[in-house]
Design a binder for this molecule. Structure first.
Ligand SMILES: [Mg+2]
Length: 240
C-alpha cells in the first residue's frame, strides 16, 4: 500500500523552467555585441554545469554563471551596466509570481485526506521557501524538504528520517534523473509527469516507463485515479 506521496515542486507543482528560458533570451540579447546568440547560450550552459559543484542549483548560482560567461565571451570588456542588467534579470526571476500547473491544488486537496504528502525540492533554500509561501500550497504538506541534490542517498536519508518504508512511498515529478530513477533504485514507486521543457542537465534517454519500474502520466490531474488504482493493485490500505 501507499502511505506517503512525495512531490517535486519545480515544473511539477509550479512553472519554473520557463523563467530560465526567458532569462536566457534576455542574456543572449545582452551579449549580442560580443557573441552570436547560440554561442552565448552554449557557453552559459557549460559554465552552469561546471559551477554546480560550487554553487548548487538555483537562480543565484545561475546569475553568477551569467556574469562569468559575459566576462569570458567579451574578453573582459563587459561593462558595469551590463552586469547590472544581468543582476536585474536574476532579480526578476527571484521575484516572479508562482504559477501553479493546471489542477495542482485540486489534486493535492483530493489526496491529502488519505495520504501523507511531502514536498522534496532541489535548489536554493531561501528561493524555494519563498516559492512555497507564494504558492499557498504549504499547508497540504507534512514536510517540505529542500535538498542540494537528488540522489538515492539523499532520498534514503529523508525516508529514514520520516520513517517511511520505500515500498510505501510514491514519488511524483517531472525529471526522470532527479525524481524518478533514484526512487526506482530504492524500491519505491514513482510517477513521471513530463513537463513541456526539460533542462538539458535533467534529460536522460530511456525506454518506456512501465518496463523501467515507474509509470508515466500526461498531466497531474490523472494522479488521484492512478494512486487509487495502484493502491488496489497493491492490496488496498490493509494489504502490504
Ligand atoms: Mg522539477
Amino acid at each position: 500500500m501507499i502511505e506517503t506521496i512525495g512531490f517535486d515542486a519545480d515544473d511539477t507543482l509550479w512553472h519554473n523552467e520557463i523563467l530560465y528560458l526567458r532569462a536566457q533570451e534576455a542574456f543572449q540579447e545582452l551579449l549580442v555585441p560580443y557573441a552570436p546568440p547560440g554561442k552565448a547560450l552554449d557557453e552559459l550552459h557549460r559554465t552552469e554545469l561546471q559551477n554546480i559543484p560550487l554553487y548548487g542549483y538555483g537562480i543565484k548560482g545561475f546569475a553568477l554563471s551569467m556574469i562569468e560567461t559575459a566576462i569570458r565571451l567579451s574578453d573582459g570588456r563587459t561593462t558595469a551596466a551590463e552586469t547590472a542588467r544581468i543582476l536585474d534579470i536574476a532579480k526578476e526571476m527571484l521575484r516572479a509570481p508562482v504559477q501553479l500547473l493546471d489542477g495542482v491544488r485540486e489534486v493535492l486537496a483530493a489526496l491529502a485526506p488519505d495520504y501523507e504528502l511531502v514536498m522534496i525540492t532541489k535548489g536554493d533554500l531561501l528561493d524555494q521557501e519563498l516559492k512555497v509561501a507564494r504558492s499557498g500550497l504549504g499547508p497540504f504538506f507534512r514536510n517540505i524538504e529542500v535538498v542540494p541534490e537528488k540522489n538515492p542517498e539523499i532520498y534514503l536519508e529523508i525516508l529514514d528520517r520520516l520513517r517511511i518504508p520505500p515500498q510505501r512511498f510514491l514519488m511524483v515529478g517531472n525529471s526522470l534523473r532527479s525524481d524518478i530513477l533514484p526512487l526506482v533504485s530504492l524500491g519505491a514507486h514513482a510517477v513521471h509527469i513530463p513537463y513541456d521543457i526539460t533542462w538539458e542537465h535533467e534529460a536522460v534517454e530511456l525506454g518506456t516507463g512501465q518496463a523501467a519500474g515507474y509509470a508515466e502520466l500526461e498531466q497531474i490531474g490523472l494522479l488521484p485515479g492512478f494512486v487509487q488504482e495502484l493502491s488496489m493493485q497493491l492490496g488496498g490500505k490493509d494489504g502490504s
